[in-house]
Write a protein that binds this ligand. Sequence first.
Ligand code: S3P
Length: 163
Amino acid sequence: MIVLVGFMGAGKTTVGSLLAKQLGVPFDDVDLVISRRAGRSIREIFAADGEPAFRDLEHRVTAELLAGRSAVLALGGGAAEHPGTRACLRGSRVVYLEVGYDEAMLRVAHDPGRPMLRAPGLRDIFERRRSGYESVATDVIRTDGRGPEAICEDIIEKLGRRP
Ligand code: S3P
């Protein structure tokens, strides 16, 4: 299984689905699974139940999918902060899509579907999360100024070099 982690706007969903298509394997995205199962958007879950409830649910669904048969799996931007999720990631191939704060904001700042974009101290959250991503990553790919195809090529190249 190839797991993609990184901050909002790193390109986990876009790159993950392209990567899966190129490898001819299935793709899953934890946020999509959560909102499909709940019958509500992530924004609605945050608004109605609050962030701690979302984090619990996110951890349970992430752990379940990590133990399952997804071939390429994109996690949510906050998933790697959960110690239980970090433990579940041990032994998986984890690609950290690294993005600078300004570039991430250019990509997603206006997305109303991402409630964490309005969290106070977002830049501090961004900085704090770096170490979580780094601690679980087996590979780090820079994404600033690059499109999904080039990023995908990088990942495939790395996979081939060190299976
Ligand atoms: C979150 C990122 C989102 C989603 C939720 C919380 C975060 O996923 O899980 O809105 O805390 O950074 P993406 O990284 O796919 O936007």
